[in-house]
Design a protein around this ligand. Structure first.
Ligand code: GRF
Length: 188
């Protein structure tokens, strides 16, 4: 199988990155991770890039041209799909235009519900009976692109924020690879 070159954008823990690295080492998985982009020099996820010898760049989003620097690197590594995994920076319209329909994101709620930040506390406050995660294409509007895959679970009455987060993240590790397989039309 000819794999597509992927880049993962992170800002923090990188547990989704870790899961995608693990899955992408499978011969039948359609992507290989060629680059990690991170906007936080203290992110734990950077250690994963180092551990698995994946080139990584740490960007300074205070610099005016930081997106051009990313674009240059995406071209250098011939990246054809970008996976956002906990990347805490809004991507500009210009950037999205360059990679239209090639940027995907994972969000910790059942979109279109609970777009934006602090989803777990808002889900509990609203007394939702179900929540989950969503993998979607990135467009110019926040957390609003076409949905590729979703996974859900029931919220038990005694669940706290940590329980909701743990359950959601467990499902993320299934949903993200599944979405990638779906994009490349491989049945899982
Ligand atoms: C995930 O919960 C994802 O849904 C959200 O950010 C979190 C990233 O976690 N967008 P990690 O860095 O992959 O551990």
């Amino acid at each position: 199988m000819v794999k597509k070159n992927a880049c993962v954008f992170i800002s923090g823990e990188g547990t989704n990155l870790k899961n995608l690295i693990r899955r992408s080492r499978d011969y039948c998985f359609p992507i290989t991770i060629k680059l990690v982009v991170c906007n936080n020099p203290k992110a734990k996820g950077i250690n994963l890039a180092k551990k698995y010898s994946i080139p990584h760049i740490i960007i300074d989003t205070k610099l005016r041209n930081f997106e051009n620097y990313i674009l240059k690197n995406l071209r250098k590594y011939r990246i054809s799909i970008i996976c956002l995994a906990g990347y805490m920076k809004i991507i500009s319209k210009n950037f999205i235009r360059n990679y239209r329909k090639k940027i995907i994101n994972i969000h910790p709620s059942l979109l279109p519900k609970f777009k934006g930040l602090n989803t777990f506390s808002r889900v509990l406050k609203k007394k939702e009976i179900k929540t989950g995660c969503t993998v979607h294409y990135v467009n110019e509007k926040l957390d609003a692109g076409r949905i590729i895959s979703q996974k859900s679970f029931y919220i038990l009455p005694d669940f706290n924020e940590k329980d909701v987060k743990d359950r959601t993240q467990k499902l993320e590790y299934l949903a993200y690879p599944e979405a990638i397989l779906k994009i490349f039309r491989i049945s899982s």
